[in-house]
Design a protein. Structure first.
Length: 148
């Protein structure tokens, strides 16, 4: 049975293995980033994971951010552009998002911020004021400049 739980120290190696083997995971999903953000910015991490039969099926790193301007909220990656749900399938993804929404309510926070590079197909409000362009760099500088 699939369960959503907060990361505990005894599951950190499972988390890291999942990050290293998932094609959807990136640098900001790694526990080293959690430690850096906690030390540098003082944000408290809430790392959620979906487990089934002892195996991780999805992860969602979150940080409690306290801002004088924006208030208190949960962010999947403060001080960086993209890091959201990393899951084996959409049903796991939705469960993690729903647990993050519940956590936001339980902590009485202003909002939940998921910085994802693709549409998360959820009922969350989407902020579209930022745009990212991704371009292949392997064809040489002249070709790259011509594509811009």
């Amino acid at each position: 049975m699939l369960q959503i739980e907060e990361l505990k120290p005894e599951n950190e190696s499972l988390w890291q293995d999942y990050v290293l083997t998932s094609k959807k995971a990136g640098l900001y999903h790694a526990l080293g980033w959690r430690d850096a953000v906690r030390r540098a910015l003082g944000h408290r991490p809430y790392y959620l994971m979906a487990k089934e039969d002892g195996k991780i099926k999805g992860i969602l790193p979150l940080f409690l951010v306290r801002s004088l301007i924006f208030g208190k909220y949960l962010s999947s990656v403060p001080a960086a552009n993209y890091c959201g749900v990393c899951a084996d399938n959409d049903s796991v993804r939705y469960l993690l998002i729903n647990q993050a929404k519940k956590l936001t309510q339980e902590l009485n926070l202003g909002y939940l911020e998921l910085k994802e590079s693709q549409d998360n197909n959820s009922d969350l409000i989407k902020e579209t004021s930022h745009v990212t362009f991704i371009i292949c760099l392997d064809s040489g500088p002249d070709m790259v400049w011509s594509r811009l």
